[in-house]
Design a protein around this ligand. Structure first.
Ligand code: TGC
Ligand code: FAD
Length: 390
């Protein structure tokens, strides 16, 4: 079977260099050969395909835009194209790579000591170790600044108490980056290692979204963390929010991948499926309207992603640019999935086709890493100078 040929209405390829195209091609082949044949089964059974983790490491996909410690040093544009292809496979796969790279490796790389970097980065890069990121709590999602998890200094240790919720890979993780408020009310990050006394992780069941991804709750009860596991180079909410920029950037590209999978499926289907006068449904104007909407929004999303990627490579991407990218591209992906599902009629609801899986996944993607509306308010604050959060 021929692999995915890509979606490029506006000749975006002419703006990409050879390295970027090669990374995209490598990720595309990996998804076609290793992910698509197995993902529906994992989605049905609500399991993550763990056997892919070493391959993702070998391909250099973990921490791919970081330098040293075995990382691939890709440009941010190449990194984005890789995330696009991974999410064309499944949002759960892209989530795994986002969390490992943007939310665990990036904070260790940016806020960590040299010892922490040497201990964790090569292991996380290769996939020998798995990470998770604990910011959200049962009572504090959009407003992480209200967190109740706290850390008290006791001799050479910190004692952590609290609960985290909705944590991707929480029960799989060898190391969790957990954010807690210290006695001075400042938020700090701690590396909580698997097996630490007082630390427990349990899995969320019954999800209708991101089924091929592990989502956990974390409980910390008088959990003693040695001083050397404190991330020493950051304090305050800007610590965890800085990590989110990395993951949100990848999601901005990833959403396009899910949208491309749905658009491509709907286009092929519409050209084959015949209704009325033995004509393909692709010949009906209302169906063309939907397809034309999809390709236009995907193309606009690609331009936004490419531009923000270039700004990021030049060190000029502001977190509000990234908010716009995440908000817009996930929203158009979700709407693309809904329109594509409609084009497939009844066939759109079964997992012989990828569309419903992408659609339900994208509901989570729209909520996590800042909901659609939170990103609107971030943009609103940037253009008016007035915060809606106070
Ligand atoms: P605010 O007063 O605005 O800011 C506090 C400090 O942080 C700075 N800051 C940022 N720094 C870096 N990057 C950003 N994106 C930043 N946004 C704000 C800000 O300058 C300030 O610094 P300083 O030096 O003055 O102290 O904070 P606020 O409490 O009003 O909250 C603002 C708000 C609502 C935008 C923020 O809390 C937010 O982003 N909420 C959404 C929470 C969220 O996205 N959680 C995600 C959890 S992780 C996850 O979902 C993983 S999903 C798995 C996967 O990725 O696949
Ligand atoms: P709430 O904050 O309660 O929001 C509910 C609704 O209220 C939303 O529509 C929101 O937009 C709206 N709202 C809230 N405040 C405002 C306001 N000021 N103005 C207008 N509207 C507002 N978190 C982690 O820390 N690590 C992870 O690895 C992680 N993985 C996740 C995986 C999955 C599958 C999911 C679903 C979530 C994950 N999360 C993770 C949590 C995620 O980041 C939160 O769900 C998200 O930040 C929203 O928080 P909430 O669910 O508590 O919703």
């Amino acid at each position: 079977m021929a692999g995915f040929a890509g979606v490029d209405f506006i000749d975006l390829d002419s703006a990409l260099n050879d390295e970027e195209k090669l990374v995209r091609q490598t990720a595309r082949k990996f998804v076609d050969n290793e992910v698509l044949p197995i993902i529906e089964k994992h989605n049905r059974e609500a399991t993550f395909p763990m056997h892919l983790v070493p391959q993702l490491g070998e391909l250099g996909f973990f921490g791919a835009n970081l330098k040293g410690y075995g990382c691939a040093e890709m440009s941010n544009v190449a990194y984005g194209l890789m995330m696009q292809e991974l999410e064309r496979g499944d949002s759960g796969l892209r989530s795994f790579v986002s969390v490992q790279s943007g939310l665990v490796m990036w904070p260790i790389y940016t806020y960590g000591s040299e010892e922490q970097k040497k201990k964790w980065l090569p292991a996380l890069q290769s996939g020998k170790a798995i990470g998770s990121f604990g910011l959200t709590e049962p009572q504090f999602g959009s407003n992480p600044g209200g967190m109740l998890t706290h850390a008290a200094k006791k001799g050479g240790k910190y004692v952590l108490n609290g609960e985290k919720m909705w944590i991707t890979n929480g029960s799989l993780a060898d190391v969790s980056v957990v954010w807690a408020k210290c006695e001075d009310e400042k938020v700090r990050g701690f590396l909580v290692e698997k097996g630490t006394k007082g630390f427990k992780a349990w899995d969320v069941h019954g999800k209708w979204s991101l089924r091929a991804s592990v989502t956990s709750g974390l409980a910390l009860t008088d959990c003693e963390i040695p001083q050397e596991n404190l991330l020493p180079k950051v304090e305050g909410l800007k610590g965890p929010l800085g990590c989110l920029n990395q993951a949100r950037y990848g999601i901005g590209w990833g959403g396009l991948g899910a949208a491309m999978a749905c658009y491509d499926t709907a286009l092929q289907y519409a050209k084959q499926r015949k209704q009325f006068a033995n004509k393909p449904i692709a010949s009906h104007q209302l169906v063309q309207d939907k397809l034309a909407w999809m390709i236009t929004e995907i193309s606009k999303g690609q331009l936004l992603a490419l531009h923000v990627g270039k700004l990021k490579d030049a060190g000029r991407a502001d977190h509000t640019h990234i908010s716009m990218l995440k908000m817009n591209n996930v929203a158009i992906a979700l709407e693309t999935a809904r329109k594509a599902r409609d084009i497939l009629g009844a066939n759109g609801i079964v997992d012989d086709y990828c569309i419903m899986r992408h659609m339900t996944n994208l509901e989570s993607v729209s909520t996590y890493e800042g909901t659609h509306d939170i990103h609107k308010l971030v943009i609103g604050e940037r253009i008016t100078g007035i915060s809606a959060f106070v």
